[in-house]
Design a protein around this ligand. Sequence first.
Ligand code: TNX
Length: 532
Amino acid sequence: MVGARNPQVAIIPAVKELQHSPGHFTITSTTEIMAGPLARPVAYMLADQLRASTGFEIHVRAEPVEENIPRQCILFATKAAPNTSSEGYGLAVSSDGVVVRATDEAGFFYGMQTLLQLLPAAILAKKPVPAQDWYVPCLHIQDQPRFAWRGFMLDVSRHFFTPSEIKQLLDAMALHKLNTFHWHLTDDQGWRIEIKKYARLTSVGAWRKGVGFNLDPKSTTAYGADGRYGGFYTQADVRDLVAYARARHITIVPEIDVPGHSSAALAAYPEFSCSGGPYSTDMSEAVVPGIFCPGKEETFEFLENVLSEVMDLFPGEFVHIGGDEVSKQNWRNCPKCHTRMINEGLSDVSQLQRYFTRRIEKFIESRGKRVIGWSEVQADGLSKSSVIMDWTGGGPEAVRSGHDVVMVPEEYCYLDLYQLRNRATEPPAAGGYLPLRKVYRFEPFPAGLTIEQQRHVLGAQANLWTEYISSLSHAEYMIFPRLCALAEVVWSPKESRDLEDFSRRLLTDERRLEQLGINYRHAIGEGTASSP
Ligand code: TNX
């Protein structure tokens, strides 16, 4: 027999309430899953996973579900404890069977994730594992998330990740109950999403000659089939990934970063810049970062056409419009920008960015979507329904002026920072130091907010910028286990945080990551004084 009979429970993120009882339930070749209509998609997903790793048949009986548990059954019942949110669930394991209770599909999905984490990590294997017993310890769990926005951002511009690489990351997010994938699709170094109306965005904007950032071109995997550096997602790829994420209760928030960080778009269409270009994605050459020209009407027509295609592809509520780090030098020297400023009564280039952002916001809102932007757009007087993603510290102020916020402070949430003090042993990363235990300590509510104001904090996310990333496995080394810590920050009750216990659970979670084929930095002694 492989695996302990009563393995210690090691769920990440930690559940809200847990009571142990003696005994266990065992999944065998005769175990069945029973599910009513609402839980059926989750029941089929669970059956697929159990079949793959146990090799058992595992039937799903799609029947109206009663409370009495027949023997040897995993039962999904549409009934929950009072005050359970749509993502909440109850899980009861007795020696007779397992009952997952929820009122919504999302709750069933998270109940399933917890059940999988109660089993030996090999339950996540893609092929049957011989000589393994599939025990679930008897217990009662009542669980629901602390925050609604539990996110991860991936920059696919500086390093291109293939659709199957993205799927692997989505799987790991789902396992840790994260529900928002912020897809940073455009930046100076590459435009990554096919736009039918403007083919050059990807035929030109998705490729660069050098790799840049002092990376050895031989070290990086982001080469297209023809040997050029870069790549992009076709609209079919995007639809497939949106559906893949949706099945895992993950919403994808696309980011089209404007008006700055736009060299790739302007390399393809320099006519929408102030000077007319040239621009380049090849950041190993000295080029001025690209910025769209708000003096030209054609710029808005172009961006509205692009955003229309983007909004058609992503069914979620939010569109991220970037807005970070806009150097406005070009605007100062541009006659069209000057004319715009005079006509609109704008006194300086900051007001011109305000004009730009609000015009884009109005367009997105006219399509029934909500805008989210980086800290910098806070100065742009957006409508109250728009959300500020705070990376530089203006969160409390944004909340006080009536906005919802998502907290991503650089010092706690930036996975491109070094995770060890000794940089010599680490692959190149952005400056700064963010060890696992610091992510774990992160508190998403900024200090000084009233309870009423705290409602405006939708949640938090970790961001991976990829200037120094050469491959999926390198990205994963930066992401895990720090994203596991963030998952606990945004899901679990604040009072239950315990670094030592988290470090213990992480040892089991590492086995799960291995089953998914995911690389990670082994967290040695994180809960102790000798941690790195
Ligand atoms: C700032 S955070 C950026 C990114 C960089 C990152 C490097 C933000 C909104 N913009 O463009 O990749 O710093 O850490």
